[in-house]
Design a protein around this ligand. Structure first.
Ligand code: F6R
Length: 265
């Protein structure tokens, strides 16, 4: 796990956007498969990618995108649907085709069957090249709440009271927040070839400390990322404030910057 402690959300956005840019350019015409998250954490990175698209010609035309999750009961165009969120905050502002942005259908008649089919769609697409994640204050990633199986697949999940409260800021009233979602599972997320998780603010500090330094356990679902070989964590000082090994992470990043490893000829 590579941990970047940055000054603020804008600095973090650049680190995340660099990973996206490298993935998209590296895939060339065959196109990258991008895994997208909603919520507030990735929004600065999406804004930076929109800027690079407009000002530097970064093109997403060959890319496809898969969302992590969607509320059960909300159709694709619904104002609070995650599909709408990602369109408004990212995909409609770059040159990715709308039909190439895929989310679980929250309005499906059979949400469990839709979840299983979504998992297969991800596999059929060849898997995710780069997955961006936020983290809940309770350690959830996507909607894998504490207690989720570490090998879970895309499925219907019930949201905890704390998640409903956290997300009620997007709704008129907490009672309007759907109580279930279709969410990629922890096992599904681990199949992404590369993962970047971003978090800011003191409210995420405990979850970030558990993610990086806690024991792997269903109590803190994000700890499962310790078992993935290519995870980058980008956090501001407040979200990093409970990391015991923060000095080592800072030292490691400085070492890479100032003394990069070059192949010996
Ligand atoms: C969003 C998602 C969630 C959020 C998490 C953090 O698609 O799956 O896990 O990433 O709840 O949300 P924010 O970024 O709003 O703090």
């Amino acid at each position: 796990m590579e941990i970047h402690i940055v000054d603020d959300a804008d600095a973090g956005a650049k680190v995340v956007a660099d990973l996206f840019e490298r993935t998209v350019r590296g895939a060339g015409e065959s196109g990258a498969v991008l895994g997208l998250a909603t919520g507030s954490s990735p929004v600065p990175a999406y804004a930076e990618l929109i800027r690079r698209h407009r000002e530097e010609g970064l093109s997403f035309a060959a890319s496809r995108a898969f969302l992590l999750d969607e509320y059960v009961g909300l159709p694709v165009g619904h104002e609070q649907s995650y599909h709408r969120f990602i369109r408004d905050n990212f995909t409609a502002q770059v040159d990715i085709d709308d039909s190439a942005v895929v989310s679980p259908d929250g309005a499906a008649d059979d949400p469990a069957a839709e979840a299983a089919a979504y998992d297969l769609r991800l596999r059929d697409a060849g898997g995710v090249d780069l997955q961006i994640l936020g983290i809940g204050s309770n350690g959830h990633i996507a909607f894998n709440e504490p207690g989720s199986s570490l090998v879970s697949r895309t499925r219907v999940v019930g949201l905890t009271r704390s998640t409903i409260e956290d997300n009620s800021r997007y709704f008129d009233a907490p009672s309007d927040v759907p109580v279930r979602a279709i969410s990629q599972g922890l096992g599904t997320i681990l199949e992404a070839r590369r993962i970047v998780l971003t978090a800011t603010g003191e409210g995420k500090a405990e979850a970030v400390a558990q993610l990086a330094e806690g024991a792997v356990s269903a109590r803190w679902p994000a700890t499962v990322l310790q078992a993935h070989p290519d995870v980058t964590v980008v956090v501001d000082e407040a979200a990093a404030s409970k990391l015991e090994l923060a000095d080592y992470y800072r030292y490691s990043r400085a070492l890479e910057r100032e003394n990069p490893l070059t192949p010996q000829g």
